[in-house]
Design a protein. Sequence first.
Lengths: 794, 295
Amino acid sequence: MVSDGLLGAAVRKQNGDRFLTGRIEYTGDLRMAGMAHMAVVRSTHAHARIVAIDTERARALPGVIALLTGEEALGLAEPIPHNLDPAGLGGQHAEIRCLAVDRVVYAGEPVAAVVAETAGEALAAARAVTVAYEPLPAVLNAQDALAPDAALLYPGWATNEMIAGETADGDFEQAALDADHVIDGELRIQRTSAAPMEPRTYLAAWDERAQRLSWFGTTQNPHPMRWVLAVALRLSESQVHVVAPPLGGAFGLKMHGHPEELLVAILSRMTGRPVRWAESRAECLLAAGREQRHRYRAAFDADGRIRGIEDELVADHGAAAAGPGWGMAFVASLAVGTGYDVQCCRVTYRVVVTNRAPWSGVRGFGKESANLLMETIVERVAETTGLDPVEVRRRNLVTADRFPYRTATGLDLDSGDYHSLLDKVLSKVGYTDARERQAVQRAAGRHVGIGIAFELTPEGADIPGALVGGYDTTTVKIAPTGHVTVLTGVTSPGNGNETAIAQLVAGRLGVPLELLDVVQGDSSLCPYGYGNLSSRSMITGGGSALLAADELGQKLRTVAARMLEATGPDAVVLRDGFAILVADEGHAIPIGAVAHAAHTLAFILALGIDPAMEATCTYRPPNIRHLPDEHGRISPFASFSNAVHAAIVEVDPETGVTVLRRHVVGHDCGTVVNPAFVDGQVYGSVCAGIGLALTEELLHDADGVLRTDGFKSYLLPRATDLPQIELLHQCTPSPFTALGMKGAGESGLGGAQAAIFNAINDALRHRGARIDALPASPARVFAALAQADQAVAA
Amino acid sequence: MIAGALDYRLPETVREATEQLAVEPRDTCVIGGGTWVVPWLASGERTAGRVVDLRRVAELRAIRATDDGVLFGATVTYSDLVRGDTSAGPLRLLALMARGVTGGVQIRNQGTLGGSFVAARPSSDAPTALVALDARAVVRGPGGERRLAAVELLAGAMRSALAPAELLTGFELPLQQDGGIGYVKLKRGASSWPLVTAATRLELDSSGRLEAVRLVVGGATATPLVIDVSTVLGSQGDVAVLAEVERRTSAAVVEPYADVLADGSYRAAVAPVVARRAVAMALADARRDRSGERR
């Protein structure tokens, strides 16, 4: 018999006190004897030939130990292995080196690296390196990059198109002929970043005698990181030990493929010293994502039923990279249609290289764009038909009786009750009253808008051909003292999944949380795993921990049954620290005593069973489908969390400034293990969505140099910008995953962004104005109003 | 992280500070609170062999009443204003401005009004408010002390008119009649620098007519712009006054400032709105004052 005693409890985060009081050890807190520091010389040009690198002055500066140029690095390392090579899906391959050789393709690209005794000396030396450049014509946006006469970024490429594809089909032209209405439009999504509190930091120590590399750093995926280092440095994976200390947020930015991951290792091997690099905020903000333009058409009837959607997505990737960033465009195209019953959905995507810093993984990973596009279309269907936007959603969302539901792009939606979630949110926000109030406010000249968004977040991805696994492995073991250790292949970006996994194991083994440690992020200690991405940690890490805990629990109950002279394991339950006889609860043994007996009396008590007091299990979600269906479509996700958002904004028509008055979100991620952590993820994700809707944007000057290189120009929302986020939950368990869990972590962002965007357009509608681009900056909103006024005047 | 070594000086008197500054003035940065200079040094935007940090110079942190007004030290912080007695006189407008400075208590504790003035950022709050008060800047250099209208110390965006070896020691704020004050700023969010600011003070006569008004708009142009609104003096109807303020401001913003947060045409378009709102705020304040509501 097993118990889930702690399932659903808001247990506090293990080590939470150490995080809050600054005593947790991030990579930046680690100290090693003889540790030296790295700084990176970066290109000041968007596209240029490197004529010469003068390092003489830098080498002479105090504290300088070593200096490395791209030319010199060629012999020391292979190109960086791709996280997700576009060539695998029919795209073009680019060889990515840790330092540029001969040519730079974006401002900010690493050109040389310096190691010195202190970080300040390294920085001073990096600034003293002079690079002579011969500027080349740069392409700074996707449109220019696709022009027939555009300068090409990569020799050997026929065009600047990295990859293109079509993720679904259906006869849109026929749907358009059959439908009462066809609309078309454009949606432009701005370039944004991930902005974790802790920027990237790496520390590498090469042991010359042991011929072994120890590497500590901000990585979401320690085992794949080990593969990267081994391949690039021509080592065996057993020569590389990767440790991921606690992370101060990751958001996709800390997936592997960054040049500096490799640079610290090369320089440690070169100098014989441990070498650390800590990224500056300006460097961190180079990492980009999300910039894309959608050209869409939608065919629908007068009753609001959508017959078909067509979308052409062009993603402005920036330079090619070894990271997985481009995959966001592919995922966006897969997710179009979201949770709507639209079986005709033709989506094409093109990923274009330009002379700007490349896309990195960023939270949402493309799904947020699909949600924004879909919610924009739904809103416009409502506008055209005169129906309430809520009614259009009711008429098109997949109904609860139709799951599992295969979308037009081939995704197998697991479960849900979208209509009921919509009703809950409408009731919480007081939708009917809010509309009535809006009419009164509008009559008084106020520009109040109400925006709704449905959000579908496919999670738990497994990408064929890449080290991005949808399954994972956990070992659970009990020591003779009764202490339980959980070693898992999933890692935590700081969200508390280690505590949630501990809850599951503690519940199954009946041991108190204080006797249980979860070990993550160590490539030598933990089973091979894929770390943290795509909100996978509870489905795969939790799922495998449950299996392993049950297997170990079976052994403990077998031993305990023999000690209690019971019939067998089923006669014993593990609870509250004891192995208890079910038939007579007065008879019980401390679990620690059972563990000790199992270790010391294995030839008596553990006869007939595997005597190792540990178990290792892998959980593979049964619903990921890589074998293509009859239309060639796959479904690479394990779960489909969903949410409904309602935002109320007020726009100041004289300045274009938007204030978010209320934000209500209803969230359904199936079974919740720890509500405090899920709430934390949703709040954070909604805040990110608010930033994306209103203020965040990476901007460059005319030469392609990043101008928004700090938090006074790259504008994140602050506490005083935010209303109290009103959060409610619905629980529709997944019929496929362990306990019915679905991913939580990314969802919130796309829906919040879409609801606010819709609310702003709702506020502008009576003036005949709308915006089709983000962010909804005051200048953009102001210009839309001014343009509408001019149109009226004309 | 500041690259390389720095000769860091912590003088205790103005004399020491000016002497330390005079050695290599072109290779020296003066720090009020350091909220600008330290990030500049870290990013490499500015380099300096020496830093003269004014935090220990007690005389620069003082606020003192004089016969003609208030002498206001260059290193008075926003927190000093928020916490201090600012219920009357010219400090009232400065305190209103200081209360709206974001960046958290660290920035308000660290940032100084003099430092902000010398940094001459178009988007900063302090220069506009000080110019609205008709402040005179007190400057100490190798040749002694000089005084000039504060606005003349602002040579352009990010450029002060201080000579290399000169130090801003403070401001003289003239005595003022009680009246109304207004300070309004337009931002893109709490983390944004202001795009446009407007500071105003005005006086009403016994019948409620506008008797005096000074209006300064910041952020719309490279340096704070004093708007001539003399045409509204003697007016009583708010609607007409405010419409005239908008017209005057609109006409005055000829070469709008632009940065990464907003372009010039937007700043020019919203400057009149911000100016009008500041004047409306000041009118309401003056009436509260007259009705005895305020104190």
